[in-house]
Ligand binder design. Structure first.
Ligand code: IPE
Ligand code: IPE
Ligand code: MG
Length: 241
């Protein structure tokens, strides 16, 4: 008899927004003596199942780190392969999902102008298919937290013409439509943020798992959620016992 699928954990309004640093594709491939591109392909294949689980669990905003402003420094063949893979994924999987699933939409975080033209046009097409729905998946693509803060500060300053407030800056972040992540999950075991949601993650709970992204599944989601609920969020204050 097949194993019963792990049940999804119950959550409440404390956990509404999750960020994921999808790391470890290269190591997953290396362990199997495969090229890094095989790891990226395997990584792309698990995304839809994870999104479905998070939505079924009751999450409304998920931000996936797909390509950083620093990832351009990788060998050209890997970067070109990733751009092609992301295009294909948006064209074949995401566009279909938006049509078939009335509660799902995708937004892109990052400077689209540096992306290959075909990919840039696809991103815009995907955003226009469904600008705002109940379940928002933000795909961070050519995204860097430092770049985001600098461009938001410049835009806010141009708008205000003088000193800017936190609200002025936040209006110009790529994430202005989504709440800050309550939880940031990083796969692949590295204990660092790697320029992901630097502003928005100021008080996010961090969960790092050694699981490599292509192996990430329900059991990992359960562990991350349990870890989140074991934390006491204090925001610099004191909780009276
Ligand atoms: C994450 O996996 C995917 C991207 C950064 C595009 P990596 O390619 O960084 O995998 P590792 O960290 O080398 O294993
Ligand atoms: C972070 O992973 C970026 C993405 C997952 C897209 P990296 O593999 O680029 O991060 P570092 O180099 O280990 O910090
Ligand atoms: Mg990596």
């Amino acid at each position: 008899m097949a194993n019963k699928k792990t049940e999804l954990p119950k959550i409440d309004s404390r956990l509404n927004s999750i960020g994921i640093i999808m790391d470890g594709n290269g190591r997953w491939a290396k362990k199997r003596l495969l090229p890094r591109s095989a790891g990226h392909l395997a990584g792309a294949k698990v995304i839809e199942g994870v999104l479905n689980d998070l939505r079924e669990m009751g999450i409304h905003h998920v931000t996936l780190y797909a390509f950083s402003t620093e990832n351009w420094s990788r060998p050209k063949a890997e970067v070109d392969g990733l751009m092609k893979l992301i295009y294909k994924y948006l064209d074949e999987v995401v566009a279909k999902k938006i049509v078939e699933d009335g509660s799902f939409c995708m937004r892109f975080l990052g400077d689209k102008s540096r992306l290959p033209e075909k990919l840039r046009d696809k991103c815009i097409e995907i955003e226009n298919m469904a600008p705002d729905r109940e379940f928002v998946c933000n795909l961070a693509l050519n995204y860097g937290g430092r770049d985001e803060i600098i461009s938001a500060a410049n835009a806010a300053f141009a708008e205000c013409g003088g000193a800017i407030t936190k609200e002025d800056l936040e209006r110009h972040l790529y994430t202005s439509h989504s709440p800050d992540p309550d939880l940031i999950i990083r796969t692949g075991g590295e204990m660092r943020i790697s320029n992901f949601l630097l502003w928005q993650g100021a008080y996010s709970e961090l969960h790092v798992t050694d699981t490599l992204w292509p192996d990430f599944g329900r059991e990992d989601i359960v562990r991350a959620v349990e870890d989140f609920y074991s934390r006491q969020r204090r925001y610099g204050g004191v909780i009276e016992e």
